[in-house]
Design a binder for this molecule. Structure first.
Ligand code: AHR
Length: 541
């Protein structure tokens, strides 16, 4: 029970209008932010807010797809509640069917009458039988319902050039050909618009265990037969390295950089090798995972350095098509291959840190796809039978959607540092997975306590998102916005009583954005008072 004294101090803080919902504003750190509203050059591609749905665990079956005969409300087999939730956050693009599954997927298994579709074994998902009921037509129906663009990842590892090239023709050719007529026979007359195509997935590992030179030449061969039909201009994505294999990226840029629009990067932040739990963790685990999230910036910078060597004009984009916090836990009753995990306030922080970094490199990053949409890894949605919950990560997507296609505004941030003694004094074994990468950048024993980003939208409104990483201390941010005359500020906040607060099927709204009253315009300055562990989204006009 809360002591009388503590109750009084919390009430006073709330009365002062500091937007204190749960977090601690005591001992707030002082921070300075300058936003250059008159200097924006690059657009933040909306595709940075992209998603990924793989035939893995319960993402497709039991997640997105329940089938036409399910008592769960659906439209042609696709859950209505999920479609609604995805539309709300303006999902711009959906990557499918994998992941590792892409390189064992033969698309022709997933077309035609469902009863005739073969049952295969999904070896990526614990050799689970896959009845192919969610195939090309169902995926495209899903994208049309969500109003997002499709991003198809084709099979290179166990597929053929012919099979790949026919898939492009089947989906996008408007004239008459065997493939286009087959599409018509299967119920779709008009060709679909499918711009984004990836040539394989993690081909140095699950996608065929290839060395980089071999893949680079194979990529060149595959892409030669991927044609743009009927006004559907293809955007081709070559498979980049798994994590920090920078040599793969170097070879790929050298040998195939001239043949591609984008290169796929994958880099997860793991809590594994430490507490492999998405909900039972301590402050050192919090520190560890958020530090890893900040280090994505080094990973991106290094990748860009390599790309700049071959492509200084930035014609080839980064397609960061797998990212997220991966806790590698196996919850009771789950299959180890399900990759099902909960998502807490800590995961919300991971998402905010990633978006702030992606925005900084908006001139090179065209797309990013969180892994994954439903029930797998850092999901934005979890389902249990007919129930569905939105995770804190979902709410970050919602709060940040205002940055989609807006102009990135450069900013300078002078902020306090956050560290945790336990993490400093121990060898953090979880880093060993990335040893060459971590050695390159040296140790990093502190992280910024604050991260922020800003943009200006089409209508001239400025949006600033600020995150206070510190789980113990509040933060005051004094913000100067140069080159704009602002009169009004409003905002929302995501914060929680505990680091591991999360939504459950019993309590689905334990954590959700609330109105934020802690930002005030004082003359030409904006003063923001945030509680500990909080994410604030502000709109200024
Ligand atoms: O997202 C889960 C898996 O992680 C994907 O199938 C694979 O590409 C990556 O290793």
């Amino acid at each position: 029970m809360m002591s009388g004294r503590r109750l009084i101090s919390v009430s006073i803080i709330c009365l002062l209008g500091f937007g204190c919902l749960f977090g601690n504003l005591a001992h707030a750190t002082e921070n300075k932010l300058v936003v250059h509203a008159d200097q924006g050059k690059h657009e933040i591609s909306r595709f940075i807010y992209g998603h990924f749905a793989e035939h893995l665990g319960r993402c497709i079956y039991d997640g997105i797809w329940v089938g036409e005969d399910s008592p769960i409300p659906n439209t042609r087999g696709i859950r209505n509640d999920i479609v609604e939730a995805l539309k709300q956050i303006k999902v711009p693009v959906m990557r499918w069917p994998g992941g590792c599954f892409a390189d064992e997927y033969h698309w022709m298994d997933g077309i035609g009458p469902k009863e005739d579709r073969p049952v295969i074994l999904n070896t990526q998902s614990g050799k689970r039988p896959e009845n192919n009921h969610f195939g090309t037509h169902e995926f495209m129906d899903f994208c049309e319902q969500v109003e997002c663009e499709p991003y198809i990842c084709g099979n290179v590892g166990s597929g053929t050039v012919e099979e790949f090239s026919k898939w492009v023709e089947y989906m996008t050719f408007g004239g008459s050909s065997t493939m286009a007529d087959l599409r018509r026979k299967n119920g779709r007359d008009k060709p679909w618009k499918v711009k984004y195509w990836a040539v394989g997935n993690e081909n140095e590992g699950c996608g065929g265990s290839m060395p980089p030179e071999y893949y680079a030449y194979l990529y060149r061969r595959f892409q030669t037969y991927m044609n743009s039909y009927s006004g559907n201009e293809l955007y081709k994505v070559a498979c980049g390295p798994i994590g920090t294999d920078f040599n793969w990226l170097d070879v790929l840029m050298e040998k195939a950089g001239d043949y591609t629009n984008g290169i796929a990067l994958h880099n997860y932040v793991w809590s594994g090798e430490r507490t492999q739990s998405s909900i039972n963790f301590e402050e050192d685990d919090w520190f560890f995972l958020l530090r890893r999230s900040f280090r994505q910036e080094e990973f991106i910078k290094r990748s860009i350095e390599i790309m700049d060597k071959y492509d200084p004009d930035k014609n080839v984009a980064i397609i960061f098509d797998e990212w997220g916090a991966w806790h590698e836990e196996v919850l009771p009753g789950m299959n180890p291959y399900d990759c099902y995990q909960q998502s807490t306030m800590r995961d919300a922080m991971v998402a905010a840190i990633h978006f702030d970094i992606f925005h900084r490199y908006a001139d090179r990053i065209h797309m990013a796809n969180i892994a994954q949409t439903v029930n797998v890894i850092q999901s934005i949605i979890l389902t249990k039978g007919e129930k569905m919950i939105l995770t804190p990560t979902y709410h970050v997507f919602d709060m940040y959607k205002v940055h989609q296609d807006a102009t990135y505004l450069p900013l300078e941030l002078e902020c306090g540092e956050y560290t945790h003694e336990a993490a400093l004094n121990q060898e953090v074994s979880g880093d060993s997975r990335d040893r060459p990468y971590f050695d390159h950048f040296g140790p990093l024993d502190k992280i910024p306590a604050i991260t922020a980003t800003a943009s200006r939208d089409e209508s001239g409104k400025i949006h600033i998102s600020i995150t206070n990483i510190d789980p113990n201390k509040g933060a005051t941010v004094r913000c100067e916005i140069r080159g704009a005359d602002l009169k009004k500020v409003s905002g929302s906040i995501l914060t929680a009583p505990k680091m591991n607060t999360h939504n459950t099927f019993e309590n689905p709204d334990a954590l959700k954005p609330e109105k934020f009253e802690g930002a005030k315009l004082e003359g030409d300055k904006l003063v923001i008072k945030m509680p500990s562990k909080s994410i604030v989204a502000l709109e200024l006009s």
